[in-house]
Design a protein around this ligand. Structure first.
Ligand code: ADP
Ligand code: MG
Length: 334
């Protein structure tokens, strides 16, 4: 029988693969806490420091320590709630897993309260706890990731590679949540700022720059309950790979060879071979027509009717390209 310490390190490995997974879990917690402004700071590709600060609802004193216990989640009260999950997290595993393999300091203050709590945990063990003052919200600082799991450390790539994975995760959040403000700093230097105005074109500008954002073509289309909203890049913004194609289905980031193919077919003669159109597309449809659990990392989906979704999407792109869509000057809120 493995001891508790070993078991929690193994379990942690499933949630915390690399610095970018820590960033993803912490930002999801901030979003679940109804934050409207989220700051992510990293040092050394996230290996020495990751700090996520939000202006969300914060936690009560008792809950702050409890939050680090495995399966302690405030997000589902009963098992049958699993059918109706509206939060990004619900397993209560992330904080416990992160704290098992790093040194964590959390500061949290309930909105409207002037006094809050700090908690320090190292390798899963409570080190200290006390009272602090700070604005309402939560900040979680993760230091020395994998300091006690040398085997994990070996899988981590260079700080530069890890930083670029973190940037990809931040980009996704910025594009998927244009109504939230994000600030991202690496070693004290601001890499990205998104104002959170709710306008997707401004989020695109934050991620890809104003020049590219100006060349985006708006897509707004609806057919029999399938809604397609967002932007595609004009043909001259086509890139050398598909990393600039972003899809969300019912708000969830996904990868979809099916949609990429439909997009590329719609652009067919407009761009050169081995160039790939850019897009940021939100697809909204009846949740019953989507199965999100095909892949454990949940970035793949299966549609009940693949061909129909692809056809509607293809048509939406064609129409936008033919100038029937709205121009990018006309904002859309979503
Ligand atoms: P989950 O998100 O699956 O519930 P986590 O381990 O990620 O599990 O978080 C545990 C609990 O800690 C959450 O259910 C929530 O109550 C609380 N929590 C974590 N991060 C925050 C935050 N930034 N603001 C407010 N509460 C938080
Ligand atoms: Mg969570």
């Amino acid at each position: 029988m493995l001891d508790q310490d070993t078991r929690s390190k193994i379990a942690a490995g499933e949630v915390v693969e690399r610095p970018a997974s820590v960033v993803k879990e912490l930002v999801e917690n901030s979003i679940d806490a109804a934050a409207t402004a989220i700051t992510v700071e990293i040092e050394n590709g996230g290996m020495t420091l990751i700090r996520v600060t939000d202006n969300g609802e914060g936690m009560e004193r008792e809950d702050a320590v409890l939050a680090f216990e495995r399966h302690a989640t405030s997000k589902i009260a009963r098992a049958d709630d699993l059918e109706a999950i509206f939060t990004l997290g619900f397993r209560g595993e992330a904080l416990a897993s992160i704290a098992a393999v790093s040194k964590v300091r959390m500061e949290t203050v309930r909105q409207g309260s002037s006094e809050g709590t700090f908690v320090e945990i190292e390798g899963g063990k409570l080190i200290s706890q006390g009272v602090i003052g700070r604005p309402g919200g939560t900040s979680v600082t993760v230091s020395d990731l994998f300091y006690n799991t040398p085997a994990r450390l070996k899988y981590v790539k260079s700080p530069k590679t890890e930083a670029s994975r973190i940037k990809d995760i931040i980009d996704r959040f910025v594009l998927g949540y244009p109504h939230l403000s994000f600030r991202y700093l690496s070693v004290g230097k601001q890499v990205l700022y998104s104002p959170g105005t709710g306008h997707l074109d401004e989020a695109i500008a934050a991620v890809y720059g104003h020049e590219t954002a100006k060349k985006m073509i708006s897509v707004q289309y609806e057919w029999e309950g399938i809604e397609i909203n967002g932007y595609i890049g004009s043909p001259d913004t086509a890139r050398a790979n598909r990393a600039f194609q972003t899809f969300f289905v019912n708000g969830r980031y996904i990868r979809s060879p099916l949609l990429s193919r439909a997009l590329e077919e719609a652009f067919s003669t407009l761009i050169m071979v081995n160039r790939f159109p850019m897009c940021v597309i939100n697809i909204t449809l009846d949740p019953h027509d989507v199965d999100v659990n095909v892949h454990p990392a949940k970035t793949e989906v299966r549609f009940t009717d693949d061909r129909r979704v692809a056809a509607v999407f293809f048509h939406a792109i064609k129409r936008a390209l033919s100038g029937d869509g709205m121009s990018s000057e006309q904002d859309q809120d979503n």
